[in-house]
Every structure is written in structure tokens, then in C-alpha cells.
Design a protein. Structure first.
Length: 609
């Protein structure tokens, strides 16, 4: 597409709502977006790149063509956008991972309804509960329901004229509609109990069950009374596990997002019905990037998740405001058939609830990371992919990654983390305090660390961990850090494969190559590289904060007259921080061993407390 042709096509765009599809040179759809005005939105991709985030800049570099689809309203554009994202699975869109596979519990629309698991929502009058993140959680719920409520487990046609019932009838786990033991009205009462339980209103079942148990006992049917007693206990146990989070019988969902340092993201959804938390499920997002804002991620999630959800609640309690909030609110209103309130609480009970759900999201994201690292098949595939992409002679079974952490050139430190066979080998991690570089010079700092690491590898008086050379070295940074590290390796005569990893677009720079290697965004090799880099960053930042904290303590207390190392230690042991020392009264300071009243008054005065 020539520049003239592009300008003509952009000029022909209407200032109307619609959806646009960005395509690469192979004609593949790599991004789908919605717009209230196609003309202004599509034009923005082909103007100045100043102010664009990294993800958009990378997208623009791969756009070779575009297509637009007009809609009558912005809400219709949002609906169409969701459909096209599912159809094309574009590389640069944020998507629910495996969004078509989440199971639901379905109560069928039949004269004698069944209670089953399904992965498809059909608009046939059936009732749906969910979604759940795994089939196992659905099966556990169905097992409990089948134990508590005697609905039919079979899928035969119910005529009431079956010659004999199945085993479930004989053990009291089915009321026997197949043989005409109950009519439709009586069977509907069983299903009503299932619905109450799934809606979180299980306590409403207890009075009638208690009366039924007592009636069975009075009729000397002790076996039936004991069975009902056990069912009551099971329901009470479930009710005890359902956390009461609101004093009012309100229905709403709570949504919080967690983001990993490498761009991984997950959304946790807590389901609140009648003021009780019925469950909390988490959903991984695919295609998220480091520079995606929480509001953008939540907005993408909400429109995809509630597109196929069995029910849209009257309120969403959110950790962050949604991007395109007005449009999403209108779309939710149409999906629900009524107003949907979007709340971002700042304080109080609901804020505490959001923070609790956010902690669950972060924990589940970390657990997903750990599960991924422990999958040996994936690790082997990741290392093989990485070796092929970088042209390595052998699979990088031992990877060492180096990262610098500094604040305006002060308290500068570096980290070295080691991954063997795709897993962290924490016993080989090393921290470095930068000694020979003054001020902000990341290249020189990287050179110092690489020199110290590989000079030590040549010594005979060091441990095996130091002497073992890596199959691949990753330095955090682009061409500058790579060239700085290469200079040191040549100086030392060390030959190891080395690459520089640029954070912004996850580009891998290789020695002697002008263009970087960009791994596919869904590649196992990219996930491995990100995990290694994130761990190096975490390890360096932790060490840097520790040094900075110690320095803050020292700088605040070192200048105090009459306060030597022993008294400093006593003060910090008693109060824990300089801030608390400042807040302490003269009497409290004087009570510290070795201080006394006169020195306490001097400390108060000098600290400006």
C-alpha cells in the first residue's frame, strides 16, 4: 500500500462507529479494534508515533493493510469486536485464554429437568450457573448436588411407564419420575431446591428439611430421617464456607486484575449473591503486555467474559475504572436488560473486599507461573525453540541472566539468576554490590558484574557453581548492554552465547546482527525468557531496597552525637525504624538501655521530632 493510496483510503473513512481489522503483509488479522469514529481512530495509527505505548508501536510496524466494518452504534461495534476477536484470535488483542472451554452447570428446559455440565450456552430456556475455570470444580459441585437432591441422573425420555427404576431410586437418590413415582409439580420442587442452593440461598432449604426429618422420625422411618439429617449437615457445612461479605442481600461480582512483571495477567472474579461469596474463579489473559493498563485489561475481560455469561449481575465492583467505561456500561445494560452499576470503591467494606480478591488474583497468577515452570515437557519445548531462534549449537540447559538496579546512580547493585532445565536454581543465584562505578552508568556497571563473574570462573579456589559456564547469558537491556558485556568477554577470552533482552518490545539482540530476534508472543520460548528476566529483576530490586533501607537507617542515626553503634542498635531494636524513633517520647527514648534522659532530649532535638 503506497503512501498516496493510504492517504486516499484514510480520507474516505467515515466519522461513524465501526470495527477495524489491522492486517500484516501475509494478510493475517493481527488486531481488531472498535471505534466511535472510524476516521479519527484508524488515522491515529498512521500519524506520529510520539506518545504511543510500546505495544501500539510494535503493532504499527507490522500493519500492511486494514479493513473496516461500519455499525449503526458504538455498542454494536463492541459486540462485533468480540465476535471477530474470537474468530481471528489476533496477536495483539488481549483475550481470555481458552475462553470457549469454560464449563457451566445447566438445568435443562424439560418437563423433568436434568442438572448437567456443559460448555455451550444455548438460548433454549435452560438455566445456567457459572462459568467455572475447571471441569473438576463443576464435577465436585454436581457430586454434592446429587447427594443432596434426588433429581434424575439419566437422559432417557420420561413417560412414567418404565418397567422398573434404576439403582438411584432404590438408594433414595432419585424420586423416580421414570416410573411415575412423582408428577411434574413434585419433581419441580426438587429442582427448585437445586436452584436455591446454586443461588446461595441454601439456608432457605433448612426449615422444610428439618420438618421433613422430624416427620420421618415420628413415622419411625429412621433410615430416611438419618439420611435427611446428613443432608442438613452437608448443607450447613457449605453455608459455613460461604463468606458473608455484605450486611444486605445484594447481588454483584467483584473483579480484580493481577499483572506479572513480564506482562502476564489474570482476572479474579468473586461471585456475591444475597450478600454471600458463593465462589471465586480466576481467568488467565492471553496477549497482555507490560504497558497494558489495569483498566484496559479489565475492560477487555468484561466485554469478553459477560458476552457469553449466563447472567450479568446488577453491579460490578471493580479494582480499577474501565477503559471506555460509558460504552461498556451501555453494552452491559443491553446484555442484562437493565442498568448495571460500575463501582470502584475507595474505602470501606467494599474496598477491603476488592483488596482480598486482588490478593487471590496475584496468588493465582504466581501459582500459574510455578505450574508452568514445573511442566518438564513445556520446558524442553521452550529450550528447543529458544535454541532454534538464536542459532545455538546446543539446548540452553543452564541460563544465567544479569540485571542492574540503581536509583540515580546510588546504592547500585546487580543480580545473577540461574535457570537449569527451565527452572530456577536458587542456590546458584548471586548478588553484586557495584564497587567501581560512580554515578549513573549502566554499561559500566554491567561490565563490572560480567568481569567479576567470569574472572572468578577461571579461578581454581572457587566452588563448582562459579566454574560452571552457562549455555546462554542474557543481559537485561538492548544493544548497549550487550556490546558492553561482549567487550569484557573478549577481554577475558571467554566464549559463551550471549544476548541482550530489551524490555520494551521483548526483543533479543545477538552479537553481529543488526535486527533483533522477536519471538512469537505465544511461544513457550518467550515465556521462558520472560520468566528468567523477571526473576533477575525481582532479585536485583529486592537487594537494592534492602541496601537503601540500611543506608537510610545509617544516614539518619550516624550523625547523632553520643550515639555509637551499640546505642544505634539498641534504638532500632526497640523501635524498629527511624520514623518510630522520631515519634517516641523523651521518656520512651530514655528507657532504652544506654540512652538516659539527657541523651533522649538531645536525640529528640537533633531528629527534629
Amino acid at each position: 500500500m503506497t503512501g498516496t493510496e493510504l492517504q486516499e483510503r484514510l480520507a474516505a473513512l467515515a466519522p461513524a462507529p465501526g470495527v477495524y481489522l489491522m492486517k500484516n503483509a501475509r494478510g493475517e488479522v493481527i488486531y481488531v479494534g472498535k471505534a466511535a469514529s472510524l476516521r479519527s481512530r484508524v488515522r491515529s495509527y498512521f500519524g506520529s508515533r510520539r506518545g504511543m505505548d510500546g505495544k501500539t508501536r510494535e503493532l504499527v510496524e507490522h500493519i500492511a493493510d486494514f479493513e473496516v466494518i461500519r455499525t449503526d452504534t458504538p455498542t454494536e461495534a463492541l459486540i462485533l469486536e468480540n465476535e471477530l476477536i474470537k474468530r481471528y484470535q489476533p496477536k495483539y488483542n488481549v483475550m481470555l485464554r481458552d475462553d470457549k472451554t469454560y464449563p457451566y452447570i445447566r438445568i435443562t428446559n424439560e418437563p423433568f429437568p436434568r442438572v448437567i455440565s456443559t460448555r455451550r450456552l444455548v438460548n433454549d430456556g435452560s438455566r445456567y450457573f457459572g462459568p467455572y475455570t475447571s471441569a473438576s470444580s463443576v464435577h465436585r459441585t454436581l457430586d454434592l448436588l446429587k447427594r443432596l437432591f434426588p433429581y434424575r441422573p439419566c437422559d432417557i425420555e420420561i413417560t412414567g411407564n418404565a418397567p422398573r427404576p434404576c439403582l438411584y431410586y432404590h438408594i433414595g437418590r432419585c424420586v423416580g419420575p421414570c416410573i411415575g413415582a412423582v408428577d411434574q409439580a413434585q419433581y419441580a420442587q426438587v429442582i427448585d431446591k437445586v436452584v436455591l442452593f446454586l443461588e446461595g440461598r441454601g439456608e432457605e432449604l433448612l426449615p422444610s428439611m428439618q420438618a421433613e426429618m422430624e416427620a420421618a422420625a415420628e413415622a419411625l422411618d429412621f433410615e430416611r430421617a438419618a439420611r435427611i439429617r446428613d443432608d442438613i449437615r452437608a448443607i450447613k457445612h457449605v453455608l459455613e464456607q460461604q463468606k458473608i461479605v455484605s450486611g444486605t442481600a445484594r447481588n454483584f461480582d467483584v473483579l480484580a486484575v493481577a499483572q506479572g512483571p513480564g506482562g502476564d495477567a489474570a482476572v479474579q472474579v468473586a461471585t456475591i449473591r444475597n450478600g454471600k461469596m458463593l465462589g471465586s474463579e480466576y481467568f488467565m489473559l492471553r496477549g497482555a503486555r507490560i504497558d497494558d493498563s489495569p483498566g484496559q485489561l479489565l475492560s477487555s475481560f468484561v466485554t469478553q467474559f459477560y458476552q457469553d455469561a449466563a447472567m450479568v449481575p446488577p453491579e460490578l465492583v471493580l479494582q480499577h475504572p474501565l477503559a471506555d467505561e460509558a460504552l461498556v456500561r451501555e453494552w452491559l445494560r443491553e446484555r442484562r436488560g437493565g442498568t448495571v452499576k460500575l463501582t470502584v470503591p475507595k474505602r470501606g467494606e467494599r474496598r477491603q473486599l476488592v483488596e482480598m480478591v486482588a490478593k487471590s488474583a496475584q496468588e493465582n497468577l504466581e501459582q500459574d507461573r510455578v505450574r508452568w515452570l514445573n511442566d518438564e515437557q513445556r520446558m524442553t519445548a521452550a529450550m528447543t525453540e529458544l535454541a532454534d531462534a538464536l542459532g545455538l549449537e546446543k539446548m540452553p540447559r543452564r541460563i544465567e541472566c544479569f540485571d542492574i538496579s540503581t536509583l540515580h546512580g546510588t546504592h547500585s547493585v546487580a543480580s545473577m539468576v540461574v535457570f537449569e532445565d527451565g527452572k530456577p536454581k536458587k542456590s546458584d543465584y548471586r548478588r553484586f554490590s557495584i564497587k567501581g562505578v560512580a554515578g549513573q552508568n549502566d554499561f559500566a556497571m554491567m561490565q563490572e558484574v560480567i568481569r567479576r563473574r567470569f574472572k572468578r570462573a577461571a579461578r581454581e579456589d572457587v566452588t563448582e557453581e562459579w566454574r560452571t559456564l552457562p549455555d546462554l547469558v542474557i543481559v537485561d537491556g538492548g544493544k548497549g548492554q550487550l556490546n558492553a558485556a561482549l567487550e569484557v568477554l573478549r577481554e577475558l577470552g571467554v566464549s559463551v552465547p550471549i544476548v541482550g533482552l530489551a524490555k520494551e518490545n521483548e526483543e533479543l539482540f545477538l552479537p553481529g546482527r543488526r535486527d533483533p530476534v522477536v519471538l512469537p508472543r505465544d511461544a513457550q520460548s518467550l515465556f521462558l525468557v520472560q520468566r528468567v528476566r523477571d526473576e533477575a529483576h525481582r532479585f536485583a530490586v529486592t537487594f537494592h531496597r534492602k541496601r537503601r533501607t540500611k543506608s537510610t537507617f545509617r544516614s539518619a542515626l550516624d550523625g547523632l552525637k553520643g550515639v555509637g553503634p551499640a546505642r544505634r542498635k539498641a534504638l532500632l531494636k526497640t523501635f524498629g525504624s527511624v520514623a518510630r524513633i522520631r515519634q517516641a517520647s523523651v521518656e520512651e527514648l530514655a528507657a532504652v538501655p544506654g540512652i538516659g534522659p539527657r541523651l533522649a532530649e538531645q536525640i529528640k532535638e537533633e531528629l527534629g521530632a
